[in-house]
Design a protein around this ligand. Structure first.
Ligand SMILES: [Zn+2]
Length: 307
């Protein structure tokens, strides 16, 4: 069923032009063997289709859902679903979860990186639409109606909820989530974003919410981070994140940033893109690619783009 859904993702016209002999497998996918062989050249922009190989991979799916200017990530493994952030109200998270048919209720874990509207409003929507088993958050309250409504939704759900701090590991069958930030919270909402290292055998993902340079350096100092395969760029691709020491240490093969097309912040910022390019990362953004899905069996991975 899930394979069928993947195949229903719009066909890449560019892929067809470049690889006419692969018409049957011409979904917009980039398949990479890890860690010994990187089959695609480093892109110079954000819309490359890379090399398409007739390799079928099933397993863990990480969906960087297009919610415009915001963040929403679904981690899906069979009947297990973890959602990290939800974008703003009605920004597409609930409709994606409903129409994709991926969610088998309950959603096992809902994680709010920090209480900004572009991260938790959509989680309030999800709590109202789905049964949720557990909520994780950073324990930082915000004096906004958005926060009050979010917390009401958590309480109304009647689920258990925990404050997450650096060093805590959440285990879900074949993958785990290690909290790598924060150790202590501050008065800065972005700096208090929960950052998660997702490990699925050889394939490691990092998601850093809206953490900025200072938090990135703190994470490096913790000694918990090494190279990763997929990085979700901090703070929507802002120049205030993706600092060079951070990117140079992580050396991501794939960078995904999440922001709205034509957003007023100018995300992704050129300085961040330069750093991603400098380590040869393949770069995808929800603004130009729509929802980005990385599928991995723990050894290989492929990237599927909605557009
Ligand atoms: Zn944000």
């Amino acid at each position: 069923m899930k394979l069928l859904l993947l195949l229903l993702i719009p066909v890449s016209i560019i892929g067809l032009l470049i690889y006419p002999s692969l018409e049957k497998d011409s979904t917009n996918e980039e398949v990479t063997t890890h860690p010994t062989e990187v089959v695609s050249p480093a892109p110079k922009n954000t819309t490359t289709t890379g090399t398409i190989l007739p390799v079928d991979i099933e397993g863990l799916n990480v969906h960087y859902i297009d919610v415009g200017q915001g963040d929403c990530t679904l981690i899906d493994l069979g009947s297990i679903e973890v959602v990290i952030d939800g974008g703003k109200y009605n920004s597409g998270a609930v409709s994606y979860l409903e129409t994709s048919g991926l969610v088998e209720e309950p959603i096992e874990y809902l994680l709010a990186t920090h209480p900004d509207a572009d991260h938790i409003q959509g989680l309030t929507d999800i709590l109202q639409a789905f049964e949720v088993e557990h909520v994780g958050h950073n324990g930082v309250a915000k004096d906004t109606l958005t926060y009050t409504d979010w917390w009401k939704a958590v309480v109304n759900e009647g689920c258990s909820h925990d404050v997450l701090r650096r060093g805590i590991t959440l285990d879900f069958e074949s993958f785990s989530l290690l909290v790598v930030h924060p150790f202590l919270t501050t008065s800065n909402y972005n700096a208090d974003s929960i950052s998660i290292l997702l490990e699925h055998e050889d394939i490691v993902f990092l998601l850093t919410g809206d953490c900025e340079t200072e938090s990135e350096l703190e994470m490096l100092g913790s000694g918990l981070l090494g190279e990763v395969v997929v990085l979700k760029a901090g703070h929507h691709g802002s120049r205030t994140a993706s600092s060079w020491p951070f990117i140079d240490t992580l050396k991501p093969e794939v960078v995904v940033y999440s922001c709205g097309l034509g957003n007023t912040y100018g995300h992704p910022h050129e300085e961040a893109v330069e750093n991603w390019n400098a380590v040869g990362a393949s770069i995808y953004g929800t603004d130009v690619n729509g929802t980005v899905v990385v599928t991995t069996d723990g050894t290989n991975y492929k990237v599927t783009l909605a557009k």
